[in-house]
Each structure stands twice: as C-alpha cells, then as structure tokens.
Write a protein that binds this ligand. Structure first.
Ligand code: NAD
Ligand code: ZN
Length: 361
C-alpha cells in the first residue's frame, strides 16, 4: 500500500493509512490498513514522522501491563498537524508537533497544584484505551482499535487531544525529537527535579537502555563525579561509557549481589541510585546501593501490573529516601520545547539520545 500523503483535502475525512496493530499480547505487531477518524472538538489529527520505541511498549506487548487489545502502541511521537477539531487554538495544520502520553489540561486538581504532574485527563494509570468521550478514532478490519495513553504513535496518522500536543520549532529534526515526548523528560526530570543530583556526587544507574542512557547524560550534566552503570547486556557498555558512565557492572558476572559491590566500590554507598529496568528485585537492589543515611533512590522503571514491592523498612528508617519519577510532562512542554531553554536536553542536538529505538514512518 502507498503511504498516505499529507493534504488539506483529507480534513474532515476518514484517512486510511498503515499502522502496526497489536492484536494480542505475546504476538508480533501486524502492519495493517487502518481507518483514522477526523479529530473531534479539542482534538488534533497528526501525521506521524517518527516514533520512539519505549520499554513500556515492550512491557505491554509482553503482557505485563493490563491494557485493552487490540491496540496501536507507541506513546512518544513527532509529526505534522494534518487537521484540527473545533476549538483547537494552539496548533494549526502544517505545524511540527510532539505528542505526550501525559496531557496537561491546566484545569484539574493535579495541573493546578504546582507539585502535581499526573493530569486527571490522562489515561495512564488504569488505561481505558479510549479518548475522553469514551470512543476510539481507529478501526481495522471493521473492529475498534484502542489507543495507547490517548497517544498511539505506531501509525501513519493518529488523533490526540490538544492538551497533549506541543508545537515545536519549524527547524526541529522530526526524525530525532520524538524521544522528547517520553525518554528525555522522564529521565531528565528524574535527575534534575526528583533526585536533584549534586556536583561531585556518586550515582548508580540500573538499566542502560533508552531511559538509563538519558539518566546517565543528566547525571553527567549535573556534575556527578562517578556514575556506575548496571546492565546484564554488556553490548550497552561502550555507549554508556561514551555518555558518562565511569564503571560498568554486569550482575551476572559478579560473585556477590550487585548492591554489595556498589557499596564496596564507593565505601559508603552512592549518593543517588536510579532504577530504569522495571523489576522489583532491581528496585530493591538500587535502594540498597545508596548510602544508608542520606542516599536517594529514584524508581523510574515500571514494574508489571499487580506486582508488589517489598523490602526491610529499616532500609528507609535509617535515612534513605525512596522516590519515583513519572513522565515529567511539565519539563516536556515548558522546558524542552522552549527554543530559549538552556536545559541540557538540548545536547540531544548531538544525537546522543539515539540509544532509544526510533521508528521513522
Ligand atoms: P529498555 O528496554 O531500552 O532498557 C532496559 C535495560 O535494562 C536494557 O538495557 C536491559 O538489558 C536491562 N536489563 C533488563 N533486565 C535487567 C536486569 N535484571 N539487571 C540489569 N539490567 C537489566 O527500556 P527503557 O525504554 O529504557 O525503559 C526502562 C524502564 O522505564 C521500563 O520499565 C519502562 O517501562 C520504564 N519507563 C518509565 C517511565 C516513567 O515515566 N516512569 C517512562 C518511560 C519508561
Ligand atoms: Zn490536568
């Protein structure tokens, strides 16, 4: 099938295009012809140019998260506005945009509280797979297809609420900036906002995939003096070193638990520990790696639905702090997108974020 073309003639019409549909868990994605409805009030239809492939998409495909199927996955995307629904004022057809898995309605309790991050108009905690009006914009072979986090980027066209769309500079390279929708704000937010990594500090990062790599970049930008990287896949090590990791550990090659090795290497445990894998065991290992009195552990990885995190309360009673970082959309919309920003995420202009898989459509 020919890729669908961007044209003003498609406004108000159903667009037929290609999408990667996940019909069920633990099965390959299937490239299908899908129908994408026009945007309703407050919605934007976007031609996707590139999409990140996040570990969370992988968890869903592996059946680890409770999500309705069939679904179009992908939640970090860059594209061009094709058409807008009634009432949309912040973007227009032809604009380059990013779309975000967490919206920012700026009206709900969470948005109005300066400490809130989880907009109540999002669909991330117990996903329905539907837009705010309770319906879907995707159909395939006569069947309703669900949206992922009201984003769905593994498709040539998608429909997103305006409150989850941010206009970006016309010169932005759309094949690269998609990771500004999830990987970069999540990881940089974890380091700058949540942990507040300090110059000269010691850090450990569990998991050196897309999220872990961006955490390493942010720790380095914060002036950390030592960054220990932990991964079972040693192919990740050369790139991690290039990004700022000073010591690489493969837990499978160690004679004792990795957290004991980290404490021995640093003498007293690290100042800051990050978990970017999504397993409860590595979350506890990260907590145990940090200093017993002033260490800060930030969990970024998403554990499987219904799993339980359990650990000896003495680990935090002694003084450690346990925190989490969840899609820092405020960073995405207010900081990364600002062309005036001096935020270190601008270093992505040097392509350093491309550890993450990027799908160009
Ligand atoms: P990824 O698959 O790119 O990276 C995961 C890394 O962990 C890989 O390098 C893998 O080799 C390594 N790994 C797997 N098992 C391991 C183990 N037992 N010990 C050490 N290393 C191990 O995934 P990603 O895109 O970097 O995402 C990482 C995690 O972050 C996922 O759980 C994802 O769901 C989560 N996530 C959370 C948020 C948030 O807002 N908190 C946002 C995006 C992603
Ligand atoms: Zn809100």
């Amino acid at each position: 099938m020919e890729p669908a073309k961007l044209s003003t003639e498609t406004a108000n019409q159903v667009i037929t295009c290609r999408a990667a549909v996940a019909w069920k868990a633990n099965a390959p994605l299937s490239i299908e012809k899908v129908e994408v409805d026009p945007p309703k009030t407050g919605e934007v239809r976007i031609k996707i140019i590139s999409s990140g492939v996040c570990g969370t998409d992988n968890h869903i495909l592996e059946g680890k998260n409770e999500i309705p199927f069939p679904i179009i996955l992908g939640h970090e995307g860059a594209g061009i506005v094709e058409s807008i629904g009634k009432g949309v004022t912040t973007v227009k057809p032809g604009d380059k945009v990013l779309m975000f898995p967490l919206p920012e309605c700026r009206e709900c309790d969470s948005c109005l509280n300066p400490k809130g991050n989880l907009c109540l108009k999002g669909d991330v905690l117990s996903p329905t797979g539907l837009m705010l009006d309770g319906t879907s914009r995707f159909t395939c072979r006569g069947k309703k297809i669900y949206h992922l986090y009201r984003t769905s980027t593994f498709t040539e066209y998608t429909v997103v609420h305006e409150i989850a769309v941010g206009k970006i500079d016309a010169a932005a390279p759309l094949d690269k900036v998609c990771i500004m929708s999830c990987e970069v704000p999540t990881s940089f937010g974890a380091v700058f906002n949540t942990a507040k990594v300090t110059p000269g500090s010691t850090c450990v990062v569990f998991g050196l995939g897309g999220i872990g790599s961006a955490i390493v970049m942010a720790c380095k930008a914060s002036g950390a003096s030592r960054i220990i990287g932990v991964d079972i896949n040693e192919q990740k090590f050369p790139r991690a070193r290039a990004l700022g990791v000073t010591d690489c550990l493969n837990p499978r090659n160690l004679k004792k638990p990795v957290q004991e090795v980290v404490v021995e290497m640093t003498g007293v445990g690290v100042d800051f520990a990050f978990e970017a894998i999504g397993l409860v065991d590595t979350m506890v290992a990260a907590l145990e790696s940090c200093n017993l009195s002033y260490g800060v552990c930030v969990i970024v990885g998403a554990a499987p639905s219904n799993s339980k995190l359990s650990f000896d309360p003495m680990l935090i009673l002694s003084g450690r702090t346990l925190k989490v970082a969840f899609w820092e959309v405020g960073l995405s919309l207010s900081c990364c997108l600002s062309q005036k920003s001096r935020h270190p995420s601008r270093s992505l202009e040097r392509n350093e974020g491309q550890e993450h898989g990027i799908l160009c459509l």
